[in-house]
Design a protein around this ligand. Structure first.
Ligand code: UDP
Length: 424
């Protein structure tokens, strides 16, 4: 059983979800760590200290959250975080020095943690596994958000070259890493993200609608996520205006105080399109409030310009709700077009509206998609995902100790050679 350090520098895995920066990656780090701990490993998640919580918190047996001092304890804009990375690495190593046992593997998440991971792993003589979750090159190519800084891409390239293993959540991410970052194929492992199948399963639609105050007869579309431009909610609002099914409602889940600007923009867009009275903004909600929403909806829409994996689509399918999603990134590996949902190749409202009308008007088709969606999600069970990750940890550890042995052997033979030469 291993001691594993998970690095999540820029956002805490226990932060409230649905904000501008807290979403899929937070769920991933926490749920993966929980499952690894349940499988008998010891896992510490290291994050930058925010607020006045304890420095070390036991989340459950075998799993601790360690907050490392680095910069102000208030939230820091993502763009300003690299300035405190040095303190994070130094203080993390100081913490590790006081621990009874070293770590067997360092697993970093997102490019900023990957930078820290390179130094932490080297200092500890441990292998470094990294996972980018999103990549600067891909965001820039999706051409929707502000330009990702060149510096980010350079750091991603460096981490991709130096990590002992890179985990990609989809074949698309793997291809991007190979093509744009020169990542070595033999060091990449494609392992999908997991979801909690004990939380996300089909529930009674009418009961869910009563709990949420939704008209039992209304056609309902759902969107869930971090409210940011890359998610394409603007496309969905325009699509709602083009949907012909009368009385169609749209529920938007996600968006904290940091997303107020975008929420206001979207609200104004809905007003202009004449659909404001049919759009309900719920704000960010805790993860365990979501199954009711998926159950109450007829269709979940994922109109993103890019998704490296797209947990929301899989959560929806697990709840038996069909998905209409952009044909991008990881969604291509989870949504099977015409079987459990539809994939839309163009990032424009018309084709979304067309498929939404097809599904909203065809309960039989929704039922078939729902059953096919459920059948497709078993492979995302966390137990399987954590076991796949464990075997990557095992492999890099073995390789690292073999490399270390070879280095020791070389040093030894040099010494032996030297003394032999001296003796001559
Ligand atoms: N989420 C949540 N509450 C919200 C909004 C989102 O719990 O108000 C969760 C959602 O259930 C999903 C994650 O945040 O697990 C978003 O992950 P996804 O992969 O879809 O997007 P990402 O955040 O990685 O871009």
């Amino acid at each position: 059983m291993k001691r594993i350090a998970q690095l999540s520098y820029h956002t805490s895995p226990v932060a409230a979800l649905g904000g501008r920066v807290s979403g899929g990656m937070n769920v991933y780090v926490l749920e993966l760590s929980r499952e690894l701990a349940r499988q008998g490993h010891h896992v510490d998640i290291f994050t930058r200290r925010e607020g006045d919580g304890p420095a070390v918190e036991i989340l459950e047996p075998g799993l601790r959250l360690v907050q490392i001092e680095a910069g102000p304890v208030e939230p820091v804009e993502k763009e300003d975080l690299p300035a405190h990375l040095g303190d994070f690495v130094r203080n993390l190593l100081r913490f590790v020095a006081g621990e009874p046992r070293p770590y067997d593997v360092v697993h970093s998440h997102y490019w900023q943690s990957a930078r820290a991971g390179i130094h932490v792993a080297r200092a500890l003589g441990a292998p470094h596994v990294t996972m980018f979750h999103t990549l600067g090159e891909v965001k820039n190519r999706a051409r929707i958000t502000e330009e990702e800084p060149r510096r980010r891409i350079l750091h991603e390239r460096n981490a991709a070259r130096r990590a002992d293993a890179i985990i990609t959540a989809s074949d698309h991410e793997r291809a991007v890493l190979r093509r744009y970052y020169g990542a070595d194929e033999s060091r990449m492992d494609t392992i999908p993200c997991g979801i909690d199948l004990e939380l996300f399963y089909p529930r009674d639609r009418d009961a869910a609608r009563v709990r949420l105050g939704i008209n039992p007869g209304a056609p309902v579309l759902l969107w869930v996520g971090r409210l940011e431009k890359l998610k394409g909610v603007d496309i969905l609002i325009q699509a709602l205006a083009e949907v012909e099914t009368p009385g169609t409602q749209l529920i938007i889940v996600g968006g904290d105080a940091q997303a107020t600007g975008l929420r206001e923009e979207l609200s104004a867009q809905a007003e202009d399109a004449g659909v404001r009275d049919r759009v309900r903004f719920e704000g960010a909600l805790p993860h365990d409030a979501l199954p009711d929403y998926y159950a109450a909806a007829d269709v979940c829409v994922v109109p993103s310009y890019y998704e490296s994996f797209g947990l929301v689509a899989v959560e929806s399918m697990a709840c038996g709700t069909p998905v209409v999603a952009s044909r991008v990134g990881g969604l291509v590996s989870t949504v099977i077009d015409g079987v459990n949902g539809y994939l839309i190749p163009w990032r424009c409202p018309g084709p979304f509206a067309e498929k939404l009308d097809v599904l909203l008007n065809n309960p039989h088709l929704r039922h078939n998609f729902s059953r096919a969606g459920r059948r497709n999600v078993e492979r995302f069970r966390w137990r399987n995902i954590a076991m796949a990750l464990s075997s990557v940890y095992e492999r890099v550890e073995t390789r690292k100790s073999r490399d270390a042995n070879e280095a020791a052997f070389d040093a030894l033979s040099n010494e032996a050679l030297e003394s032999a030469l001296l003796a001559e």
